[in-house]
Write a protein that binds this ligand. Structure first.
Ligand code: ZN
Length: 342
């Protein structure tokens, strides 16, 4: 098959479009012909070596995949060749303490498609049959590929972790990102009011369309001051944070008493300072989250079918142009998801 892989770490120039070994399917796995695969921030960490692929190089990125079933392993039942599918990207062992507690996203042997195994920047990809959901006819391959990481993570952060309630106020960092554009919609679906941040004015309209009531250009305005002003000096109930550094530190100052900050990524830096006085004196909660469950992915999919959630797609590139797609994301030119299609 053809794949867009890398043999050494670096920038977009390291992505090579060439022949690569076909995935070998075990009895419990399926082979999927990739129709769409979304790019994610983690792809860039794998590529530049900040998060080296655990199975070594060469490596094929791509966590969010839709396609058609090409073949099924000998032990697989209930799935048929040709079927439209979406792949749940999380792998768990089913045996460790955390899996047995039903908390598979913190499995001791946790991994995900495109990081711990070769992913979807390819014509073919394999996955455990247990990770396959049917993709409804009304959801395009492109829209489906925007769900399994970005929208699922935002869903788990707001619904399962922060437990957002109607009437609460939520600050979503970076409306133009995959996670941000999903989080705005999900918070609105929960009945919350949303403010968000953007790094350039051309993303303000998108943020408003998605349901944000107040949009702050963080390069021109102080988002903490704006959060205070927007809430009548009170502060917001929940912050969805995935930038790190100064944005993480200052996000805590935007919270009201009993507020919750959910950290779901570290796009700028893995580090962030915390003013502990604010945390203990206001009884704040700072919590982490990582992906979600396949049941939650089905829930997200149902909302997309019903038109209550809408994946935001910036643009698509053919698989052979993966290098240009990666550069587009590295240049932060995208508003929403960037996809490879074939
Ligand atoms: Zn486990």
């Amino acid at each position: 098959m053809k794949a867009a892989l890398f043999r050494e770490h670096g920038g977009a120039e390291k992505i090579l479009y060439e022949d690569y070994r076909d995935p070998a399917v075990t009895p419990a796995e399926v082979l999927v012909r990739v129709r769409a695969c979304a790019l994610n921030h983690v792809d860039m960490l794998l590529l530049d070596g900040r998060f080296p692929p655990p199975e070594g190089l060469p490596h094929v990125n791509g966590c969010e995949v839709t396609g058609t079933l090409e073949a099924t392993g000998a032990g697989v039942t209930g799935l048929r060749a040709g079927q439209r599918v979406i792949i749940f990207p999380g792998f768990s062992c089913n045996h460790c303490e955390y899996c047995l507690r039903g908390e598979r996203t913190v499995c001791l042997r946790y991994g995900y498609l495109g990081a711990h195994k070769d992913g979807g920047y390819a014509e073919l990809v394999k996955a455990p049959a247990a990770n396959i959901l049917p993709l409804p006819e009304t959801v395009s391959f492109e829209a489906g590929a925007a769900l399994p990481l970005a929208m699922l993570t935002a869903w788990h952060a707001l619904v399962a972790q922060a437990d957002v309630r109607p009437g609460q106020t939520v600050l979503v960092q970076a409306a133009g990102s995959g996670v941000g554009s999903a989080a705005i919609q999900i918070a609105r679906l929960c009945g919350a009011r949303v403010m968000t941040t953007v790094g350039s004015d051309d993303k303000i309209e998108l943020a408003r369309e998605l349901g944000a009531e107040h949009v702050v250009n963080y390069r021109q305005q102080d988002f903490v001051e704006e959060a205070k002003r927007w809430t009548g000096k009170r502060g917001v109930d929940v912050v969805v944070e995935h930038i790190g550094g100064d944005t993480f530190e200052r996000s805590v100052y935007a919270l009201t008493r009993l507020g919750k900050l959910v950290t779901i990524g570290s796009h700028d830096t893995h580090w962030g300072r915390l003013d502990l006085r604010h945390v203990y004196s206001k009884n704040l909660q700072v919590m982490g989250t990582n992906l979600g469950s396949i049941v939650e992915l089905q829930t997200v999919l149902d909302h997309v079918v019903q038109g209550r959630l809408r994946p935001v797609i910036d643009r698509t590139f053919p698989l052979e142009d993966a290098r240009a797609a990666v550069q587009h994301v590295l240049d932060r030119k995208n508003k929403g998801k960037v996809l490879l299609v074939s």
